[in-house]
Write a protein that binds this ligand. Structure first.
Ligand code: F6P
Length: 360
């Protein structure tokens, strides 16, 4: 009997999700699956909101940001009852395979959906694909959406730098990332920022205010006309709160620097996916469906060129993609956010040491 594949996107959308859907539809169709899309993430599973998808439906999707299937956060899916309903809907529609495209919450949902104890005798295979602008998912070098988000931030910062220089101003630019400082760190280099602030440094607000103030004084003494501070969303103090504390500290030192705040917010999540995101998403979509066809379940297809994470195996379909158990992905994600993994510790250390270099 023909196998049937469901594809869903869940959590915050990320540019490139459509490219992953497209690849899953094309590869799935080629391998003989009949493919449906699930609208609105896990809520659509619970509501059996399915649409048939064939190559003609997705062929141009590679160019579009957002997700053509829609996304949602779904509290009902966190309950056993919600998941049982979702599994019943899948069984009723004879869907035996699911690709879940999304961030940490979505991947935790994928693991729960395919929990052997909860599944009982139902035959259901689930493979995850990491998609989140935050780059906070364990064991994937890049998640889908990160590259486009970085480009959007850099473009915005270039524009801000023009007006900052024209008015001799210092800008605090806040970027998304939830609890993860990756976007702030990476774009501080690419945008030529003077200071980067991220939660993983573990520094108190007082320390951050002191460091920003010192940096602005230093830049003024060097005759620099503009300053840019990139602040990760996860840093406890708000951008406005930071501005007012820094303004106070500068005033008390008799230094006149005009400061402004720009919170980039959801602008960072939208837009046409970059070439890199299209490529990564397509290759992960391909690897994920091949994994399902080969009988894999409860794994994530990770973008992992040149480095096989511990406990992972290479995808037989793509030498840059690894397949990793979702348990291990979620454990590594927790370590990343707790700054307990070597990767997270390296990021925090390097960017701390790099502070003075940014202002040379
Ligand atoms: O996880 C992606 C993300 O854009 C985060 O960077 C941000 O904190 C959050 O989602 C915003 O969520 P919402 O769109 O629900 O406000």
């Amino acid at each position: 009997m023909r196998r049937r594949l469901a594809i869903l996107t869940s959590g915050g959308d990320a540019p490139g999700m459509n490219a992953a859907i497209r690849a899953a539809v094309l590869v799935g169709s080629d391998l003989g699956f009949s493919v449906v899309g699930v609208r609105s993430g896990y809520q659509g599973l619970i509501d059996a909101d399915f649409i048939d998808l064939g190559p003609d439906d997705v062929i141009d999707a590679i160019r579009r940001g957002g997700t053509l299937l829609g996304s949602a956060r779904c509290p009902a899916f966190r309950t056993r009852e919600g998941r049982d309903t979702a599994r019943r809907r899948l069984a009723d529609a004879r869907l035996d395979s699911v690709v879940v495209i999304g961030g940490n919450g979505s991947l935790a949902g994928a693991r729960a959906l395919a929990d052997p104890e909860e599944l009982g005798r139902q035959a259901l295979s689930v493979v995850g694909i990491p998609a989140s602008i935050d780059n906070d998912i364990g064991h994937t070098r890049l998640a889908i959406g990160v590259d486009t988000a970085m480009n959007t931030i850099v473009e915005a910062c270039d524009k801000i730098a023009d007006t900052a220089a024209a008015h001799d101003r210092a800008f605090i630019v806040e970027v998304m990332g939830r609890e993860c400082g990756y976007l702030a760190m990476a774009t501080s280099i690419a945008a030529g920022a003077d200071v980067v602030l991220f939660r993983e440094s573990g520094k108190s607000t007082d320390t951050l205010v002191g460091e920003v103030t010192d940096a602005l004084v230093e830049l003024r003494s060097k005759g620099r006309r503009r300053a840019m501070i990139i602040k990760a969303e996860g840093v406890q103090v708000s951008a406005d709160g930071l501005k007012s504390r820094v303004d106070g500290a500068l005033a008390s030192r008799g230094i006149a620097v005009e400061t402004r705040v720009t919170v980039l917010g959801h602008i960072v999540r939208g837009g046409r996916p970059s070439a890199t995101d299209r490529l990564i998403a397509t290759r992960l979509g391909h690897a994920a469906v091949r994994a399902l066809a080969a009988g894999q379940t409860r794994v994530m297809a990770a973008w992992s060129p040149g480095r096989l994470p511990a406990g992972a195996r290479w995808s037989s379909a793509d030498p840059r993609c690894a397949l990793i158990d979702l348990d291990e992905v979620l454990a590594e994600t927790a370590r990343l956010l707790d700054v307990a993994s070597p990767e997270a510790q390296w990021r925090a250390k390097v960017f701390d040491e790099m502070g003075p270099v940014l202002r040379l």
